[in-house]
Design a protein around this ligand. Structure first.
Ligand code: TXA
Ligand code: MG
Length: 321
């Protein structure tokens, strides 16, 4: 069930409260409607992937109210500062190196060492960010594979056939002014790289910063976070679909099991919980000097598909090195 909430001070506050207490709510930004969750809450972030039915853990954009908040999570480069000063708040997301001490969920960044951050300009989005008092991970509020919603009714329409246990609400802020997602720029190096064209145009960008690297479709596929090379893979080899670990191996378990797990993605066999724990537990196990990490079988349904996709990539990468 999805509710449209009319716009007033109470509904803005309610949306902020819903998000800061670990649940999901959709709200308008100047680009498109976002499906927001507390970016520091693994379970809430996992619920985004589950609800959108994302086939993989494509990393999410983390929305913050100001540059100081962004600086808590990413390392700014000089060029990122120039871009931020020129185009924030606004329809631009910057991919930067993630700070080790960032509290943002590893699932939100798909286990990457980078993070996309954005300061939206929409007054409602800004009010929610200020009141929720947490960074908000927000992909477009539509089912994976559909076009992004630019009106509250689009959000309702996109999720009309989804049977969720929870009701979630869409705060109705009318039409999104930009109507196109934010421009995503990798601003880690000296020359920024355009990863996704969007609300801030190529001309606006080059006028301000002079050079902007475009990558070919082919290279983009490579750089795109869904691809192997940009995803986190542990140094320790992985063995998948293991029911009996060998000696020297650690077991990344799933579900109730008689074999003692080193870590268990979800003792109750809940895939949303498993998704929330995946990257975090892989990192923990990677530090334990194990011969290899044996991963218990995970059913390929719902989020299990994305979990298995990521595990397969992580395992293949080791084999290829
Ligand atoms: O306008 C927007 O950006 C909207 C509103 C709600 O803010 N959000 C949005 O999110 O479009 P989403 O999840 O639909 O798209 C996020 C894009 C994806 O193409 C993803 O691959 C890229 O940002 N992205 C996120 N984190 C990244 C990272 N660390 N490195 C490279 N690309 C990243
Ligand atoms: Mg989208």
């Amino acid at each position: 069930m999805i509710n449209i909430a009319g716009l007033n001070d109470a509904s803005i506050q309610r949306t902020a409260d819903i998000i800061s207490t670990g649940r999901l709510a959709a709200f308008p930004t100047e680009t498109v409607y976002g499906l927001g969750a507390d970016a520091t809450n693994d379970g809430a972030v996992a619920a985004i992937f589950a609800l959108k039915n994302r086939p993989d853990f494509n990393p999410l954009i983390v929305h913050v109210p100001d540059i100081d908040s962004a600086s808590e999570h990413v390392h700014f480069t000089p060029i990122a500062h120039t871009l931020a000063t020129a185009f924030w708040p606004g329809p631009m997301s910057l991919v930067l190196e993630r700070k080790d001490q960032s509290t943002v969920s590893l699932l939100a960044v798909a286990g990457l060492d980078t993070m996309a951050v954005r300061i939206p300009s929409h007054s409602i989005a800004r009010a929610i960010l200020n009141r929720a008092n947490c960074p908000i991970a927000a992909p477009s509020a539509n089912l994976s594979g559909e076009v992004s919603p630019t009106e509250a009714a689009h959000v309702v329409n996109s999720f009309r056939n989804i049977k969720t246990m929870d009701t979630f609400s869409v705060l109705d802020g009318g039409r999104c002014a930009v109507g196109l997602e934010s421009t995503v720029i990798d601003a880690r190096g000296d020359v920024p790289v355009l990863l996704r064209p969007g609300g801030v145009t190529f001309e606006e960008l080059t006028e301000r910063i002079g050079k902007l690297k475009l990558v070919s479709e082919n290279e983009l596929t490579h750089r795109s976070p869904g691809q192997l090379s940009r995803h986190y893979a542990p140094q320790t080899p992985l063995r998948l679909n293991v029911s009996a670990p060998r000696s020297g191996e650690g077991l990344l378990g799933f579900g109730p099991s008689t074999t003692l797990s080193t870590q268990n993605l979800s003792p109750s066999g809940n895939l949303t919980e498993a998704a929330a724990n995946l990257f975090k537990m892989l990192r923990i196990m990677d530090e334990e000097n194990l011969k290899s990490i044996a991963v218990a079988p995970i059913p390929s349904m719902g989020l299990g598909q994305a979990i298995n996709d990521r595990l397969k990539r992580a395992a293949t990468r080791i084999a290829a090195e």
